[in-house]
Design a protein around this ligand. Structure first.
Ligand SMILES: *Cc1c(COP(=O)(O)O)cnc(C)c1O
Length: 397
């Protein structure tokens, strides 16, 4: 039987095999250190959990409006005004089941077969697949580590053509930790207006910033770019709420309406108590978030200094999120126990086998010269894991 043509070429995550191997080793009692975490290791703050319990006690266990409760959408509008300096109305906000769902809805709403979406490398694993699921074509543009992995405007301009429907930007960025500055965003906005394409701005790591770096929302740069921006954010990363599944989109009311219709016929409303918990998060104290950031910051510095003291590997100091892209270009082509390291998959596999350290191969992000390390794990794990990586790299011939 022929299955859906457009969805048959959706690839299973490239990281799955390494992941499965790490899990198997753990269940065999091996002490595996994992640098793969894509979520904060902190618990959801207490007042947020309490708000969810209260919602249950108050009987908020039924369907809510499919686009999200009005109180939460109000709180999102207020947040976007206060933190990001953009003015959205209630009907320009759609609450979904996590930011990933927001992104999925966006591509379903905006793409026709053959439409192109420009995705800067290295990218978050789900972007290309979500574009393909909506019948679109991902078009990748190279960004270089020596430029801080920032968007190369020339590459961007070269990729734009009449089929370009959107550009995805993700700042602070997963996997490279870079943050786009105002100047770059202004230039991107100019191009989007000139060539009339949309900017999908994934701002999920907004609150995880270091060294006083500022987050600028591209939508705040003027009415014309605001109208072409779909701003995506959510509770997962900043509030340690990955399991609650609440994200949102702010954007042009016509697009939001199509997205809301799609959502109403597919998933309906996001989880009711999680919406009340999110309301408490947005309205609650910010020092809890800052405390998490300061702990991430210490781990970041430790990790970056240690990596750069090891011969053969290196990394940039990330400005946001909680990942480090470890450059392995110099060790590609070398051997470990007689096995050649041809790229990031081999590196990750040999490292796991010999030192029981799990990392994410960069090929998953379209960057085979790197592996990604997350510092959303304990200080002890980071220290021990990096010592093992040092031993591993020292053994390469
Ligand atoms: C984690 C992540 C998301 C998805 O977040 P959820 O709200 O948990 O769905 C979106 N974009 C990027 C880049 C992420 O790393």
């Amino acid at each position: 039987m022929e299955l859906s043509r457009k969805n048959q070429n959706i690839t299973a995550s490239l990281t799955l095999a390494i992941d499965a191997k790490a899990k198997k080793m753990r269940s065999d009692g091996i002490d595996v250190i994992g640098f793969g975490a894509g979520e904060p290791d902190f618990n959801t703050p207490n007042h947020i959990i309490e708000a969810a319990k209260e919602a249950l006690d108050n009987g908020y266990t039924k369907y809510t409006p499919s686009s999200g409760i009005i109180e939460l959408r109000h709180a999102i509008c207020k947040k976007l005004m206060q933190d990001n300096n953009v003015d959205y109305k209630l009907d320009e906000i759609l609450v979904s089941n996590g930011a990933k769902h927001s992104l999925y809805n966006i591509f379903q709403a905006i793409l026709n077969p053959g439409d192109e979406v420009i995705i800067p490398l290295p990218y978050w694993v789900s972007y290309p697949e979500m574009v393909k699921m909506a019948g679109g074509i991902p078009v990748f543009i190279e960004s270089l580590e020596q430029d801080g992995f920032s968007i190369d405007l020339e590459n961007l301009e070269d990729a734009i053509n009449s089929k370009t429907k959107a550009l995805i930007i993700n700042s602070p960025n997963n996997p490279c930790g870079c943050v786009y500055d105002r100047e770059l965003l202004e230039k991107i906005a100019e191009l989007a207006i000139k060539h009339d394409f949309l900017v999908v701005s994934d701002e999920i790591y907004e609150s995880l910033l270091y060294d006083g770096v500022e987050h600028v929302s591209i939508a705040s740069l003027g009415p014309e770019i605001k109208d072409r921006t779909l701003l995506v954010n959510g509770m997962s990363k900043g509030y340690a709420m990955t399991g609650w599944r609440i994200g949102y989109t702010a954007g042009n009311q016509e697009i939001i309406k199509v997205m809301a219709n799609i959502q109403s016929h597919s998933t309906s409303n996001p989880n009711s108590m999680a919406q009340y918990a999110s309301l408490a998060a947005l309205e609650g104290p910010k020092d809890i978030v800052l405390d998490m950031v300061s702990q991430f910051d210490k781990r970041r510095t430790f990790m970056v200094d240690k990596i750069n003291s090891i011969n053969g590997i290196s990394c940039l100091k990330p400005e946001g999120a909680f990942y480090v892209m470890l450059n392995i270009v110099d060790v590609i082509g070398r051997y470990h126990n007689g096995k050649i390291i041809k790229g990031s998959l081999d590196f990750a596999d040999s490292l796991l086998e010999s030192q029981s350290v799990a990392v994410v191969p960069g090929i998953a992000f379209g960057a085979d010269g790197y592996v990604r390390l997350s510092y959303a794990t304990s200080n002890e794990n980071i220290e021990e894991g990096l010592n093992r990586i040092e031993m591993f790299v020292g053994e390469l011939k």
